[in-house]
Design a protein around this ligand. Structure first.
Ligand code: T4K
Length: 425
């Protein structure tokens, strides 16, 4: 087995950069592998060793789900006729109403992306000093704090759920701590009740980065109504997208009012600025995309669920490989198919990714190596890793696989065949 010493991203695509995903694609699903079972009989059948790739087009993690083009184009005509493109237009207002209803919350404040939504929520909650969060998340969670000169303090995760470990959170509290940001990673809820108990007991504010968790529930209630507020991302790569977009949802009237001001420069009516603010507004085009996609989320969930079940069925039988399970008692969007690779295998996680990428299955190692190993956090807090053994272990063993409505049926077979070949001694 070939070993790759370097861990840079370019090494993970041994045949050069993947073809651009922005190329116009033919209608329908990407072409499928040829005769999968027969095709992968020996290692020489792997693209890593020179065989043609299993898929002629790249299968991306985060390939956007797109609802009715016709409905979207009809919204575009409406927008052009109305000549109202941004600044709390009618489509944004309708989008906010539908999302708040769906989540069962009082307020949805739509924004231009999830990161700005996080920044505004953090600011509106008046967090300062130190805020505890997981290191095992997309770096935007940490940046939203650091951007406002608040210190992100990284607490370790539970290796079984990949979300914050409440005991670890408790240990990181100091007199400077003002809040906790739980992350519902992969759409799996953070330990909401336990974090709320800690927050209440220590006088801290609790909010959630729910970027991955639109359409998911915690103890039967939709994620969105927990903590002081919850923040969604509607980025193109999310299960439900508005091209770029985000929202803060909350049941707190004052907080919602404050955030509405903050996302619009602090304007309260013409020429009247009553608050420091920025530009966090969602456009009408984004809201139109949101409305169209919102009406298709049932189909998106169904496609993701099918892919997750296929992957689980094919992969869970392979020694040392397991798919992180979704809790069937909850509502899930199944957007992240997360595979864990045991350290005991004769092949490393990164070698598996290289082999999959060679087949045009562009698997990712989210969220390696953890925020604490990225700049500026690595320089600011060089010893943070000492408190994060589970973060390191999980970040080193995770692979995220492509899913979504356009995934070919054969993807799970290909991935399983490749991994089976690599892991057989
Ligand atoms: N909190 C959490 C926990 C998050 O995961 C995120 C975002 C945020 C906060 C911040 O929310 P936003 O401000 O983004 O709304 C991607 C996304 O850009 C990012 O939104 C997302 N998390 C993160 C998990 O994934 P990258 O750096 O991995 O993006 P990139 O360009 O490598 O694209 C990901 C994959 O998607 C690639 O395989 C290509 C494919 N893709 C991408 C786009 C944009 C497509 O097939 N079509 C597309 O249009 O961050």
């Amino acid at each position: 087995m070939q070993h790759f010493e370097s861990r840079s991203d370019s090494d993970l695509a041994p045949f050069g950069p993947p073809p651009a995903f922005l190329e116009p694609l033919p209608a329908g699903r990407p072409s499928t592998a040829r005769g999968i079972t027969k095709y992968f009989e020996s290692r020489s059948d792997l693209a890593l060793f020179g065989a043609p790739p299993a898929f002629t087009e790249p299968l991306h993690v985060g390939r956007p789900n797109i609802g009715s083009r016709k409905a979207f184009l009809s919204y575009m005509n409406e927008i052009f006729s109305r000549r109202w493109l941004s600044n709390n237009g009618p489509l944004v207002q309708e989008f906010e109403r539908q999302i708040a209803d769906f989540l069962g919350v009082k307020h949805c404040v739509a924004m231009c992306n999830g990161t700005v939504a996080l920044e505004i929520a953090i600011r509106a909650l008046e967090l300062k000093g130190e805020v505890i969060m997981p290191s095992f998340t997309f770096v935007a969670t940490a940046h939203a704090l650091q951007w406002q000169e608040i210190t992100p303090v990284f607490a370790d995760i539970d290796p079984n759920t990949h979300t914050l470990d409440p005991d670890a959170v408790f240990k990181m509290i100091t007199p400077r701590t003002t809040g906790i940001i739980g992350v519902h990673l992969w759409g799996h809820s953070a330990p909401v009740d336990e974090l709320q108990t800690i927050a209440d007991g220590c006088g801290l504010k609790l909010m959630f980065d729910a970027a991955h968790a639109f359409g998911c529930s915690y103890k039967g209630r939709m994620i969105g109504g927990f903590g002081e507020c919850e923040v969604f991302s509607f980025h193109a790569t999310k299960f439900f997208n508005t091209f770029e977009g985000g929202a803060v949802v909350t049941n707190n009237d004052d907080l919602a009012g404050k955030m509405r001001l903050m996302k619009n420069f602090g304007f309260s009516g013409y020429d009247n600025v009553i608050y420091p603010g920025m530009n966090g507004k969602m456009t009408e085009v984004a809201a139109a995309m949101g409305l169209v996609n919102f009406s298709a989320i049932g189909e998106f969930v169904e496609a993701n669920r099918r892919n997750y079940e296929q992957y689980s069925m094919r992969l869970n039988g392979i020694e040392g490989i397991s798919v992180l399970p979704y809790d069937g008692r909850e509502q899930n969007n199944y957007q992240y198919v997360v595979v864990e690779v045991s350290n005991d295998l004769p092949v490393s996680r990164d070698e598996i990714i290289s082999a999959l990428q060679a087949e045009n299955v562009l698997a990712r190692r989210y969220f390696w190596p953890g925020c604490h190993n990225m700049q500026p956090y690595k320089a600011f807090y060089p010893n943070a890793g000492l408190m994060l053994p589970n973060t390191k272990a999980v970040a080193d063993r995770v692979i995220v696989l492509p899913t979504g409505a356009t995934l070919p049926d054969s993807a799970a077979d290909v991935v399983a065949s490749v991994i089976r070949l690599l892991t057989s001694a």
